[in-house]
Design a protein around this ligand. Structure first.
Ligand SMILES: Nc1ncnc2c1ncn2[C@@H]1O[C@H](COP(=O)(O)OP(=O)(O)O)[C@@H](O)[C@H]1O
Ligand SMILES: [Mg+2]
Length: 248
């Protein structure tokens, strides 16, 4: 598998990965704003956001119709739709593409749900690798607490309740997310994850993220072309003082 840079795309793709509640969305949002304020061509895309499969995903989740295989395929379709219609065209057009989760989310989650690892990887073999992948490594308890600080209850699927690991939502979350963490850690070296200590303060992590992006991406090449200054209106010329024409 090659990165977009290795495939000679003019654009670059930066992905964030990590447990639910690790702070990925917060960090990628701050990165996006920082880049936009510098006048960069930036495009943001989020896991599980394709219009194409939205209703099927929501129906499947609500009615608990999804098996590990259909769960995986529906997410792969969601990704393929965004990949082909948005990510690739914008990377061809020289954009800096920011992805909130990429194929590693499927590699980790679907395997924990019981899909064979080679099968999951094969599903996503059409996709190139990100040029940079940040892994926000948070302790299980830290991410759990952050989620609970933001809303009253864990979500059924983020707690992995479909796996029947425990009847207790919190216990299920710990077991499920713990297994996902193991998968991420196992992939970390293979896919050159840039590991960020996600237990740290938001600002401290953002500093690290910005520095690593600046070191690894030629940011100057992503600046929007300066808009040509409006043609200057010619300064009023002093009227030549003509001798008065004799009235006709
Ligand atoms: N470093 C941090 N310290 C404390 N709270 C954080 C930190 N980063 C994010 N949060 C908060 O934790 C919650 C989950 O963050 P979010 O960025 O949505 O995580 P993710 O996208 O990884 O699920 C949000 O309420 C967010 O404001
Ligand atoms: Mg998020």
């Amino acid at each position: 598998m090659k990165t977009f840079a290795e495939l000679n795309f003019p654009g670059r793709l930066v992905a964030v990965e990590g447990l639910d509640g690790s702070g990925k969305s917060t960090q990628i949002y701050l990165l996006k704003r920082w880049l936009e304020l510098q006048g960069m061509k930036v495009y943001f895309s989020e896991w599980n956001s394709s219009e194409l499969v939205k209703s099927a995903t929501s129906k499947g989740k609500k009615r608990e119709l999804l098996t590990p295989t259909t769960f995986s395929l529906i997410h792969a379709t969601d990704f393929a739709d965004r990949y082909e219609r948005h990510l690739v065209p914008l990377l061809r057009a020289g954009y800096l593409v920011l992805c909130d989760r990429y194929i590693f989310t499927a590699f980790a989650r679907d395997v924990v749900r019981g899909c064979p690892p080679e099968w999951v990887r094969g599903l996503y073999s059409f996709a190139a690798l990100p040029d940079l992948t940040f892994f926000f490594k948070s302790d299980l308890e830290v991410s759990l607490q952050r989620i609970l600080d933001g809303r009253p209850q864990l979500k059924y699927f983020e707690a992995g309740m479909d796996l029947r690991l425990s009847t207790d939502l919190y216990e299920s979350f710990r077991i499920f997310q713990g297994r996902i963490l193991e998968q991420y850690l196992a992939m970390s070296t293979e896919f050159n994850f840039l590991v960020v200590d996600a237990n740290e303060l938001v600002e401290k992590q953002q500093e690290v993220v910005r520095e690593l992006v600046a070191q690894n991406v030629n940011l100057a090449s992503f600046r929007r072309a300066e808009r040509l200054p409006a043609r200057p209106t010619p300064a009023p010329q002093p009227k030549a003082v003509k001798p008065e024409e004799p009235a006709e």
